[in-house]
Design a protein around this ligand. Structure first.
Ligand code: NAD
Length: 480
């Protein structure tokens, strides 16, 4: 049985609460490990360790910090197979996806920020006529909190930790209690990489207990959070009265606009991926598909034919396209949306059922599901389902397509399929999202700003934006 412990002050420690939570394999519903259910005392220990480590870490040379981060990246690469296996078992995602996307990206997060910090410069402003020059320092904030979700466990955890450490902060981090394993493996890697004690502390446990204690702790000066919009709202109300810096990456209900003039075969293949990759549990999945009327019936037929070819199976099987959903509670949530179809004037075109995988009958499997909706204002189109469920609906022209895309409380990303450059430019300007993909999906350059508008969050991650978030600017004005 796997035993997970907290990583505090460079050591593996039990929670002071002595309470434990089950670690569950979603592919079989079996418990295969135990993890600490930590509390505010554990956060206190982690903050104390970070406080002790901070002076040396923030004053260390860029070359030193960069080297340590690169060591971590190299060790993730060296352990990629084990990490991919662990991620797939813990989350239910196909091992092929973990091996191709999650783990390489976790390594890239560290190597990217190992290099980025050496190129991070501050600004100077010569104040003409005022006989002065201003220069802006970018100081580490101090101790920061990083909280991440279960859908891309190590990938998103490291996406926050790497820039925070690179910028000279010490970190107290909390991975999702639903998928703690690769974060635990990362703590072992950090020790081997030579990360000084207390610079990174990883505390496991439930959000309302340990996550909340982290957000509230007065010595935590900034919170970088990725997760659901409701949790983000709660965190904002806790953090705002203490004037903490906040970065919130929240939910999405991303539109996919398909025009008749698109590269049809590329669009079709990519749309299957953008609908069902990671069982639809990627915040960037395009869950609302809008198709121009003239190709709607053709698309419907071709899309369903492609979706029928997808194999739901055990995550460790190489041929599996969709693995298990992450938990029983999440499976039930996804299923509850499909059960609403009849009350929403919608029609089930494909899927909609749980799947029994041979020898793993208790696992949390669900069919890729396609629903035709009559209106964009129904709950199926307005609420985040975050599973293998997409809706499709026709539109008559560009104006209507834009209206439907923007008619949402969310604004994370949008995907646009058209060969008409003028239309691509017009719509890209008007879409109320933080990210627009034209004729592609999930195409990521780590230097670009990443994040959403409206209820999809506040702030941007990625590249220099992340380094700016994790530093405090201080302007110095010298007269001459
Ligand atoms: P969640 O909000 O339930 O949990 C996220 C993290 O917050 C977990 O570590 C959890 O323990 C912690 N948490 C829960 N309550 C807390 C509290 N009161 N105080 C502090 N921490 C608390 O989200 P989830 O179910 O793990 O993840 C799915 C959600 O994440 C979806 O809505 C998805 O869209 C979103 N997401 C967004 C992005 C993005 O970049 N915008 C990326 C991935 C996932």
């Amino acid at each position: 049985m796997l035993e997970i412990s907290n990583y505090i002050n460079g050591d593996f420690v039990e929670s002071t609460s002595k309470l434990q939570l089950d670690v569950i394999d979603p592919s079989s519903a079996k418990v295969y490990g135990k993890m600490p259910s930590s509390n505010k005392d554990d956060i206190e220990l982690a903050v104390q360790a970070a406080e002790k480590a901070l002076p040396n870490w923030k004053n260390s040379t860029l070359a030193f910090r960069s080297k340590i981060l690169q060591n971590i990246a190299d060790l993730i690469e060296n352990n990629a197979e084990d990490l991919a296996r662990a991620e797939s078992k813990d989350n239910g995602k196909p091992i092929s996806l973990a091996a191709k996307v999650d783990i390489p990206r976790a390594a890239q997060n560290f190597s990217f920020f190992a290099k980025a910090i050496t190129q991070f410069s501050s600004e100077a402003h010569e104040s003409s006529g005022l006989q002065s020059i201003n220069f802006t320092l970018r100081k580490p904030i101090g101790i920061v909190g990083c909280i991440s979700p279960w859908n891309l466990p190590l990938y998103l955890f490291t996406w926050k930790i790497a820039p925070a450490l690179a910028a000279g902060n010490c970190v107290v981090a909390k991975p999702s209690e639903v998928t703690p394993v690769t974060a635990f493996m990362l703590s072992k890697i950090c020790i081997e990489a030579g990360l000084p004690k207390g610079v990174l502390n990883i505390v496991h446990g439930l959000g309302p207990a340990v996550g909340n204690a982290l957000v509230k702790h007065p010595k935590i000066k900034a919170i970088s959070f990725t997760g659901g919009t409701a949790t983000g709202k709660h965190i904002a109300t806790e953090a705002a009265p203490q004037f903490k810096k906040l970065s919130l990456e929240l939910g999405g209900k991303n539109p996919n606009l398909i025009f008749a003039d698109c590269d049809y075969s590329k669009m079709l293949a990519t749309t299957v991926k953008s609908s069902f990759a990671n069982q639809g549990q990627i915040c960037l999945c395009g869950s609302r598909i809008f198709v121009e009327k003239s190709i709607y019936e053709q698309f419907k037929k071709d899309f369903i034919n492609e979706v029928k070819k997808l194999k739901v199976g055990h995550p460790a099987e190489k041929s599996t396209n969709l693995g298990a959903l992450v938990s029983k509670a999440h499976l039930e949530k996804v299923e509850s949306y499909v059960q609403q179809i009849k009350h929403q004037n919608a029609k089930l075109l494909h899927g909609g059922n749980r799947v029994k995988v041979k020898d793993y009958e208790d696992g949390f499997y669900f069919e890729p599901t396609v629903i035709e909706v009559q209106s964009n204002t129904c709950a199926l189109n307005q609420e985040e389902i975050f599973g293998p469920v997409v809706t499709i609906m026709p539109f008559k022209d560009e104006t209507e397509a834009l209206h439907l895309a923007n008619e949402s409380p969310y604004g994370l990303s949008a995907t646009l399929w058209t060969q008409n450059i003028d239309r691509a430019m017009r719509l890209s300007q008007e879409l109320e999202t933080g990210i627009v993909w034209v004729n592609t999906w999930l195409n990521r350059d780590l230097r670009t700003p990443f994040g959403g508008t409206k209820q999809s969050g506040v702030g941007r991650e990625g590249g220099l934006e992340a380094l700016r978030f994790f530093t405090e600017p201080k302007n110095i004005c010298i007269a001459y």
